[in-house]
Design a protein around this ligand. Structure first.
Ligand code: SIN
Ligand code: CO
Length: 376
C-alpha cells in the first residue's frame, strides 16, 4: 500500500497523515469513505452466521429502558421480529468467514497486522443500539446499510452503569452528532464515548483493533518462555550444601531467591526467545478458528494465504499461525512478501529454494494457504 497516496477511505488524507493526526488521538468523520458501497453480507447471511457454533454473536435489546444481553448462537426464530424496534444483533469476526469482508479489511492494513483484530457487523432494527459506551481499542465504524445517528464525545466521567449486563455509561454527554449513511465512516480513538442509534433498519461494520495489555503480554510470553526453558536430560536442581541449620524454618533461604532469579534471567537470555514468543503469540489463530486440510497442489500458479491465516515477521523469523521459522536471505525476502501481500505469484515462486517450496506446500496441506488461480 502506498502510504503517501491520498485515500478517499480517509477523506483525502494519506495513511501517513491519518496516523499522525488522528490515530489514537482524535475522531475523523469521512463522508463517502467508500462511495457506492455495496455491503458484501446480506441481512439473511448475517443471521445465518449468528446461528453457527464457533461464531461469536450477541443480541442487545432495550425494552422500556431496561437492557437485555444474550449470547449466540441464535437460530432465526430466537431473533426478534424485524418490525420490533430497539434490538441489535452483533456478529464478531465476520472477516474469518467471508472472503469479501476479509478483502474489505485489507484496506486498513496501513496499520500493522499485529494491531488489526477483526470486522464485526451489527444489524439493528429501528431505534436499536448498544447504549452510550466507550471501547478500549481504536475502531472504524463504516455504515453499510440504512442510517445511524452517532453522538460522540470525550467524557470527564467514564463510570459505567452497574445495574445492567452491558458496559453503558452512567452519564453521557455528546459533543458532536452525525447521521451516517451507507459508505460514510467514523474513526474513533480508544475510550472516546459514542452512542449509535439506528434510524430505520441499519447495518454497521466495525473494523476493530487489538492491543495487548502489559500484564496479559507478560503472562503470555512467560508461558512460552517457560516452554522454551525446558531442559533436556536431568534438571538442574537447587543445591544447598552450605545451608546452615535453621531455627526459623518458615523463612525462604535467600540463596533460593538467587537461584530463582538466575533461572528467570537464563530463560530470558536464550537467544531470540522473546522475539520468537512474541511472534508466535501475535500470530496465534483465534480459538474458534480451524483450517480444513488443503489439497496437495502444484504451486505453479502462485499461492495466497487463507483468510484465517495470521502471518508476520521480524528480522530473523517468519511467523504463521502460532509457529516460527528462522529465515534469511532470498527465502526471507519471499516469505516477508507473502506476509505483506498475502499472495505470491508464479514468477515469485520460481525464485524460492526447495526448502521454502516444501514449507509452502506443507502450509497448503494444512489449509493455511491455497494454490491461487491468478495470473500474476
Ligand atoms: C454497533 O455497531 O451497534 C456498535 C458498534 C460500536 O459502538 O462500537
Ligand atoms: Co463501540
Amino acid at each position: 500500500m502506498d502510504i503517501q497516496q491520498p485515500l478517499s477511505l480517509l477523506g483525502g488524507l494519506t495513511a501517513e497523515q491519518f496516523m499522525r493526526r488522528h490515530w489514537q488521538k482524535k475522531p475523523l468523520l469521512v463522508r463517502q469513505a467508500i462511495a457506492g458501497f455495496v455491503p458484501p453480507v446480506l441481512r439473511s447471511e448475517l443471521f445465518a452466521l449468528a446461528g453457527q457454533e464457533g461464531v461469536e454473536s450477541r443480541l442487545v435489546q432495550s425494552i422500556k429502558g431496561a437492557w437485555k444481553l444474550r449470547h449466540g448462537p441464535f437460530n432465526r426464530r430466537a431473533l426478534p421480529a424485524l418490525q420490533q424496534p430497539d434490538w441489535t444483533l452483533l456478529v464478531q469476526g465476520v472477516d474469518l468467514h467471508n472472503d469479501a469482508v476479509h478483502a474489505l479489511m485489507q484496506q486498513f492494513r496501513f496499520v500493522p497486522d499485529a494491531r488489526l483484530d477483526d470486522l464485526m457487523i451489527s444489524y439493528a432494527s429501528n431505534g436499536g443500539g448498544v447504549g452510550p459506551h466507550f471501547d478500549s481499542y481504536d475502531v472504524f465504524l463504516l455504515q453499510a446499510h440504512g442510517k445511524r445517528r452517532w453522538r460522540i464525545g470525550r467524557q470527564k466521567d467514564l463510570t459505567l452503569r452497574e445495574d445492567i449486563p452491558l458496559k453503558v455509561l452512567a452519564q453521557f454527554e455528546a459533543e458532536e452528532e452525525f447521521v451516517l449513511e451507507p459508505g460514510d465512516m467514523l474513526y474513533l480513538p480508544p475510550r472516546y464515548a459514542h452512542d449509535g442509534i439506528a434510524e430505520g433498519e441499519c447495518m454497521t461494520y466495525s473494523i476493530g483493533f487489538r492491543s495487548a495489555g502489559r500484564a496479559e503480554l507478560a503472562q503470555e510470553l512467560l508461558v512460552r518462555l517457560a516452554e522454551d526453558a525446558g531442559e533436556e536430560g536431568s534438571p538442574v536442581l537447587y543445591r544447598d550444601a552450605d545451608q546452615n541449620a535453621v531455627s526459623q524454618p518458615g523463612a525462604i533461604p535467600s540463596a533460593l531467591l538467587d537461584f530463582a532469579r538466575e533461572a528467570m534471567s537464563r530463560a530470558l537470555a536464550q537467544p531470540l526467545v522473546l522475539e520468537r514468543a512474541l511472534g508466535e503469540y501475535l500470530t496465534e489463530p483465534k480459538p474458534s478458528v480451524w483450517f480444513e486440510p488443503g489439497k496437495v497442489g502444484v504451486m505453479l500458479e502462485g499461492i495466497c494465504l487463507d483468510r484465517r491465516s495470521r502471518m508476520m515477521y521480524d528480522e530473523k523469523h517468519i511467523f504463521i499461525n502460532g509457529e516460527s521459522y528462522r529465515a534469511a536471505g532470498r527465502d526471507a525476502t519471499l516469505m516477508r512478501r507473502l506476509a505483506n501481500e498475502r499472495q505470491l505469484s508464479a514468477r515469485e515462486l520460481l525464485r524460492a529454494s526447495d526448502d521454502a517450496l516444501e514449507l509452502l506446500s506443507s502450509w497448503c496441506d494444512a489449509g493455511w494457504a491455497h494454490v491461487w488461480a491468478g495470473t500474476e
